[in-house]
Ligand binder design. Structure first.
Ligand code: CP3
Length: 347
């Protein structure tokens, strides 16, 4: 067991080792920019049917590993499966994104299921993890994930993605006890969900706080830092050897001290922070992940090569996992992903 762990480059970086070549994976690496993903998604019927079909979800997770040989695979699922497991209605509108039943009153909240009911819905996801542990190459690390409570709450409150998370901020300020009760329910469900992913074979977990950047000052501490710290502490108490990656996207100065404040092993960076700044201010506290702008996967060329090299160089004096600053987009060219990987691995 120990030997197997030591050969996996991502686990070495997460343990704090500085490697000559950073390991690499990519957010949304199983996605619509890949023709083989679109084919399997069509076979499943729709996106949610794909998430809940363990054989096909494992298949799309493996596709980018076969094509590119990434150092990690990320479980194919979605952060919005937790609200669905708590009883929210969830559907996806083609070309627009997710829609959910909204939670804006005590009555809406009272309809939600208790935390221990989530597994009735989420069991297929744990089966996907078990399949992946059997089928992944020995050197590939399996990453599980969940949304951070704030980000998940923004979708549950608004019923959809929002540019400024206005409805969630309105509830946070207008009915703080209800907002905090919702956050507590999501936090407890997330601990359960990630624990089951780990029991099924996830070797690392990542907490996606995509909308952390809209929380400022004390609100950032209370609703981004504290829930991430609570989830991390609960997981570490049960699974001390499982590394946790935190992603407080667009946190800006909030990235400073995030390792220590939350207990995560790695802080994932979006591309709004410069690599040199992040090396000096964030990587000094531990492993970082990131942070090439996703648009390079669309535009390619010398800019991609130059920017990739600059990121590798800036983070070369400490533990680093190469990644994008956010998910790859459907209009990306799969050839540009090859160019990025060759640049990271070949110089
Ligand atoms: O990264 C991976 O390859 C693993 C799978 C994964 C998905 N979503 C699959 C997905 C992960 C880790 C997520 C996380 C997720 N989901 C986040 C946090 C990260 C981020 O992007 O900020 C959020 C906010 C969501 C919610 C969500 N899911 C939205 C807003 C959308 C619609 C936008 C879009 O890209 O269409 C989704 C759908 C979704 N989740 C797709 C995939 C591959 C596209 C669905 C499709 O095939 O049509």
């Amino acid at each position: 067991m120990k030997d197997a762990v030591q050969t996996k480059t991502i686990l070495r970086s997460l343990a704090g080792e500085t490697l000559p070549t950073p390991p690499i994976w990519m957010m949304r690496q199983a996605g619509r920019y890949l023709p083989e993903y679109k084919a399997t998604r069509a076979q499943a019927g729709d996106f949610l049917s794909l998430c809940y079909n363990p054989e096909l979800a494992a298949e799309v997770t493996l596709q980018p590993i076969r094509r590119y040989g990434f150092d990690a695979a990320i479980l194919f699922a979605d952060i919005l499966l937790v609200p669905q497991a708590l009883g929210a209605d969830l559907w996806f509108v083609t070309g627009e994104g997710p829609r959910l039943s909204t939670i804006t009153s005590q009555t809406d909240f009272d309809v939600l299921k208790p935390v221990d009911a989530i597994h009735d819905t989420l069991n297929p996801i744990y089966e996907t993890v078990r399949i992946l542990r059997r089928e992944l190459p020995a050197e590939t690390t399996l990453i599980g994930f969940a949304g951070a409570p704030w980000t998940v709450a923004t979708y549950m409150i608004a019923g959809q993605g929002t540019p400024d998370q206005g409805p969630a901020h309105a509830l946070r300020m207008g009915n703080t006890p209800l907002f905090e009760a919702l956050l507590a329910r999501i936090t407890a469900a997330t601990i359960e969900y990630l624990s089951m992913q780990i029991e099924a074979g996830a070797e690392v977990v990542k907490i996606f706080d995509s909308w952390a950047g809209s929380l400022k000052g004390e609100a950032f501490q209370k609703y981004a830092v504290a829930p991430c710290a609570e989830i991390t502490a609960a997981l570490k108490a049960k699974y001390p050897h499982i590394p946790v990656i935190g992603f407080p996207r667009e946190a800006g100065d909030g990235y400073i001290g995030f390792h220590a404040a939350t207990g995560v092993d790695c802080v994932a960076l979006d591309n709004s922070v410069s690599p040199d700044w992040a090396a000096a201010n964030v990587q000094k506290d531990g492993c970082v992940q990131g942070n090439l702008a996703s648009r390079h996967m669309v535009t390619g060329g010398q800019d991609l090569v130059d920017e990739t090299r600059a990121i590798v160089k800036a983070f070369s004096n400490g533990p680093h996992i190469f990644n994008l600053g956010h998910g790859i987009t459907p209009d990306a060219d799969p050839e540009n992903v090859t160019l990025m990987i060759e640049t990271v691995r070949g110089g």
